[in-house]
Write a protein that binds this ligand. Structure first.
Ligand code: 8X3
Length: 258
């Protein structure tokens, strides 16, 4: 039987747009109470206002850079008491920077990806997970990628960060065995969000071409899957979901209509 998500506390990082925002809206639709963060204060507060207006649910929003461990620990420790008992952590904050052969690639982008996708995910997990273990309940849902299952040209570092998410998810599940805390990973393929724009440093033309002739996944498709995983009954853990666009057979094999 489906687990009721009403009044559950759900913490989503990187929630100002894309998959994070869509996921926040989807949980709000289930009556959950939301903690949402992203780097930009104005953007995250706007999403919080939208949720309050549309769903009349409780939202607590704040700016947080997952790369900054001190900030992550301080902000999560200073959550008001009524928000402290987090039921679900959606480790969504992540990005891709640069798309080039490894010998031409910009190492600054490597730092951004490793610091956000791997260390950022670990920082937030370290801040939230001990409480879940103590309370003997909770569920962490990591956002991985098809790039965590395959490597592809021009994506060495991005793919390596998502392979890391896959390994962290698997090892966490082992560490948490018997703790009553679940760990899952949702691994999307081609989703049309701001992702490619960020990857190509704001080259919108190049970003648009990624989805040309394809009907890509929408952020809402991923959000729906995350809510499905979160709402399984206690005895069910969906360990891993790989979701591709209908016109996709692998990260790089995509059928395009002319
Ligand atoms: C995003 C999917 O295939 O662009 O994580 O790496 S892909």
């Amino acid at each position: 039987m489906k687990q009721n998500l009403k009044d559950k506390i759900v913490f989503i990082t990187g929630a100002s747009d894309g998959i994070g925002r869509a996921t926040a809206l989807a949980f709000a639709g289930e009556g959950a109470r939301l903690i949402i963060s992203s780097r930009r204060e104005d953007k995250i507060n706007k999403v919080a206002d939208e949720i309050r207006n549309r769903f009349k649910t409780d939202v607590f929003s704040f700016p947080m850079d997952v790369r900054n461990r001190k900030e992550v620990f301080e902000k999560t420790a200073s959550l008001p008491d009524s928000w402290k008992e987090i039921d679900f952590l959606i480790n969504n904050a992540g990005l891709s920077r640069g798309f080039d052969k490894i010998y031409n690639d910009n190492p600054d982008g490597w730092d951004e990806m490793i610091d956000t996708n791997i260390k950022g995910l670990l920082n937030v997990t370290k801040a939230v997970l001990p409480g879940m273990v103590e309370r003997k309940r909770g569920h962490i849902i990591n956002i991985g990628s098809i790039a965590g299952h395959e490597a592809y040209p021009n994506g060495a570092v991005y793919c390596s960060t998502k392979h890391a998410v896959d390994a962290i998810t698997k090892a966490m599940r082992m560490d948490l065995l018997g703790s009553n805390v679940k760990v899952s990973t949702i691994d999307p393929g081609m989703v049309e969000t701001n992702f490619s724009n960020v990857r190509f440093y704001g080259d919108t033309e190049r970003a648009k071409n990624v989805y040309k002739g394809v009907n890509p996944l929408k952020a809402e498709d991923i959000a729906e899957t995350i809510v499905f995983c979160a709402s399984r009954p206690a005895h069910v853990n969906i360990a891993e979901v790989v979701i591709l666009a209908g016109a996709q057979a692998s990260a790089t094999l995509v059928h395009r209509n002319p």
